[in-house]
Design a protein around this ligand. Structure first.
Ligand code: ADP
Length: 250
C-alpha cells in the first residue's frame, strides 16, 4: 500500500539531509504508528507521501503508483482539526469532495450520509465552535475519509485532547478502522497509544532518518486496555520508552 524506496530528503535551508536512503513499507489494511521525538522528521514523512514536499532521491509508491503520477488525494488528518470556522459541520465535511470536483449539493448529501453513520447528524448545521474537541476530531476524521483515499495519514490527531476523551477516541478509531478496512499510518509521541492501536510500530532511531526500527505488537484485534498489561507488552513499552529517552538527545 505504501512503500519508501531509497528516499532522500533535505529542506532547502538545511545543510544536512533529514532523510537519507530510507526504505520501509506498510501493507494494505495495516495500522502502523510512527513514534519519535519532536523535530525528528515524522511529519516530513507525511509531507512527502502527500507530495507537499518532493524527495530529491528515491521513490514513494502508494498502491503501486509512484506518488508523482498518483491520481486523487491521500487522506491526511493533521494534529489540529483545521475545521473552517465559518463553514457548518456538513460544509466542512464536504470540502474534499468539492475540491475533488463534485457539486456542493452532491458533496453535502454524501457528507450528511457519513455524519449520520457516525452519529453526528444532529450537529450538521452547527459550526466548529459549537462542538467539543473529540467531536471536532471525529468531523476531521470524516473529512479525511471523504477524500476517498484507502490510505489515511493521521498526524497526532488526539494529542490535544484530555486523557479520557483521548482513550474513547482511540477505541472509536479502532472500531472505524476495523469496519472501514483502511490502511492507517499514525504519528504519535505516546508509546501506550501506539501499542494499543498498531499492528506495527516504527521508531525513528536516527537523525538523519536512514531506517525505522520496527516493532510488531504481539496482540490481535479486537483489543481492550487490559491487554496492555500483559508482560510481553509491558516489556516492549519499557524498551520503547528507553529508546525514545535516548533519542531525545538527537
Ligand atoms: P516531527 O514531525 O518529528 O516533529 P518535522 O518533520 O515536523 O518533525 O520536522 C523535522 C525537522 O524539519 C525540524 O527540524 C523542523 O524544524 C524542520 N522543518 C519542518 N518543516 C520545515 C519546513 N517547511 N522548512 C524547513 N524546515 C522544516
Amino acid at each position: 500500500m505504501l512503500k519508501f524506496c531509497n528516499v532522500d530528503f533535505k529542506y532547502d535551508n538545511d545543510l544536512k539531509p533529514l532523510i537519507e536512503d530510507l526504505n520501509f513499507h506498510v501493507n494494505k489494511g495495516e495500522f502502523v504508528s510512527i513514534i519519535g521525538p519532536s523535530g525528528c522528521g515524522k511529519s516530513t514523512i507525511f509531507r512527502l507521501i502527500c507530495s507537499l514536499e518532493k524527495a530529491f532521491g528515491g521513490d514513494v509508491f502508494v498502491n503501486g503508483s509512484n506518488i508523482n503520477k498518483l491520481k486523487g488525494y491521500i487522506g491526511y488528518m493533521p494534529q489540529k482539526d483545521l475545521l473552517i470556522p465559518w463553514r457548518t459541520i456538513s460544509q466542512n465535511a464536504s470540502l474534499p469532495m468539492e475540491v475533488g470536483g463534485k457539486t456542493s449539493k452532491e458533496a453535502k448529501k454524501k457528507a450528511e450520509e457519513y455524519l449520520d453513520v457516525f452519529g453526528l447528524d444532529k450537529y450538521k448545521d452547527k459550526y466548529p465552535k459549537d462542538l467539543s474537541g473529540g467531536m471536532k476530531q471525529r468531523v476531521s476524521f470524516i473529512r479525511t475519509l471523504l477524500t476517498g483515499s484507502e490510505l489515511m495519514l493521521l498526524d497526532e490527531p488526539f494529542s490535544a485532547l484530555d486523557a479520557i476523551t483521548k482513550i474513547s477516541m482511540q477505541e472509536w478509531l479502532l472500531t472505524q478502522w476495523s469496519t472501514l478496512k483502511k490502511t492507517i499510518v499514525f504519528i504519535t509521541h505516546d508509546v501506550e497509544e501506539a501499542l494499543f492501536l498498531s499492528n506495527r510500530i516504527f521508531v525513528v532511531s536516527e537523525k538523519p532518518i536512514t531506517k525505522l526500527k520496527e516493532v510488531t505488537v504481539p496482540i490481535g484485534y479486537p483489543r481492550n486496555r487490559h491487554m496492555l498489561n500483559k508482560t510481553e507488552i509491558l516489556n516492549i513499552k519499557e524498551e520503547l520508552v528507553n529508546e525514545l529517552k535516548q533519542r531525545i538527545e538527537l
